[in-house]
Design a protein around this ligand. Sequence first.
Ligand SMILES: [Ca+2]
Length: 255
Amino acid sequence: MVSRARTTRTVSVSGPAAVVIRHRNDELVIGVADPSRTQETVTVEYEHYTDGIVSTDSAVGVTQFQLGVTMEVAVGGTRGATHSATFDAPVTELSPRGDTFVRDGSYSGDNYGSWSSLVVKGGPTGYSRESYLAFDLASVAGEVREAVLDVYGAVTDDNGGASVDCTVAAVDDDSWTEDGLTWDTKPELGSSLGSLTVTRTPQWWTVDVTEFVQSEAGGDSVVSLAVQQPQSSLYTDFNSRDADEKVPTLRVQTS
Ligand SMILES: [Ca+2]
């Protein structure tokens, strides 16, 4: 169902080659071609856990698939053709059980849970917005190998500015609700899990939250996250779960 380019993981290739990586349903497909037609063998390493090998083209030898993938592809004499291998990579995609943003200053008692946007903005009192998302892990079976948050959006600030860093923080308190949360009642933020450098081009933004999701999977099974701009200030608009499409997703890979 979902086929989305992934750029958060490290890919290394022994020589010039075209490498295409796709995650589709519960499978990971890696395709390799040597358009230069100058090499005999290309070795590809992809820092990604897989559960097993589904299939490989005859030119592909897989030497490792756990914890990361290593494959050797005999590209020599194949006229630049693409050779691929498919791996088992079970993924559960979760939509938020709730998400909203909050605003400070004279708006600090207001709730924006029904909005189709999750707004994030730093800045002086009255202009700051933070977004909160909660995901329920109850439907996730197996051991969590990797978890990434995907949010769709862009910087839409009227005052210009090309890009801004948004920080994703862990939130331990899951008692907040989408239609109740305000700036006045927002939970305390935990450690920073990563950041997104968001530009004006609407697209998916991905941040790895594996460690926190693993700890919550072994704990209360609810993952609350906050997105804020602690150092910057550009109005940034992500789709919320109330948007018509491209809603926030927590992608959890299990084994
Ligand atoms: Ca929790």
